[in-house]
Design a protein around this ligand. Sequence first.
Ligand SMILES: Nc1ncnc2c1ncn2[C@@H]1O[C@H](COP(=O)(O)OP(=O)(O)O)[C@@H](O)[C@H]1O
Ligand SMILES: [Mg+2]
Length: 270
Amino acid sequence: MRFVRFVVKEKEQTMTTDYRTKPIVTMEHIVKEFATGDGAFRALDDVSLTIDQGEMVAIMGPSGSGKSTLMTLIGLLDTPTSGRYTLDGVDVSSLSRQAQAQVRNQKLGFVFQNFNLLPRLSVLHNVELPLVYARVDGRARRARAQAALEVVGLGHKLDSLPTTLSGGQKQRVAIARALVHNPAIILADEPTGALDTKTGTEIMALFRDLNRTQGRTIIVVTHDAEIGQCMDRVIGLRDGKLTDNVLSDYYGGEVFARRERENVPVKVAA
Ligand SMILES: Nc1ncnc2c1ncn2[C@@H]1O[C@H](COP(=O)(O)OP(=O)(O)O)[C@@H](O)[C@H]1O
Ligand SMILES: [Mg+2]
């Protein structure tokens, strides 16, 4: 495994972050077609990409460009029409659907735009759910769910019902649920889409914190330019194809050039 050290200058401060350059998601020539009334529609067209362990990346692009389709493939919720997908060193494209589901439950945590909480279950029980499916016993389940809720700042809301929470709090519960089985990757499709700007910024700060302090790989779909700017990297999509320099598309060449200057690799250790 190689370690690459980047120095990011922020105002007067110099901050150092280690990026482990071990690929966790590798997609090679992925095509996804959907059957429609007038033949096959190609939603992803020869997509090849690599995401490293510990990266925090955005997938950006206009509506209908294939962002959610790409997320469902990365999340093993659907299979590509063709192409190869390697997840954490395993060629998952050759696994059975059942084996894929097992990998999904172990390695992936999901966060959605509309939270997808069960309204009749308490906050604690919502967060326990992935552990129920994983057959973790009751006491360990509660302890882990409580710990995850403390990480997202909701240790005082264990017995509340989701309907009594604000949007930002609901998304925090959903993030705790995504974290509770200790996944390597968190996949979030428009996680701030239903939130006001200030709350959205707080949720993105929480993702960044999980990325920095726990080393979690985080993949966020967004069409929010502000969010894209806070990422380690942006993967651009348009009409199902990867686009280069998506940051310059969104923010103009000047911002892109500044980001390039600030992410200066200073050391590559073997
Ligand atoms: N199940 C489906 N059947 C047919 N077409 C689909 C299906 N899912 C997505 N599409 C089409 O694929 C394209 C990309 O969709 P999507 O990935 O949801 O885009 P985005 O998330 O970027 O808005 C759209 O044109 C959409 O209509
Ligand atoms: Mg979408």
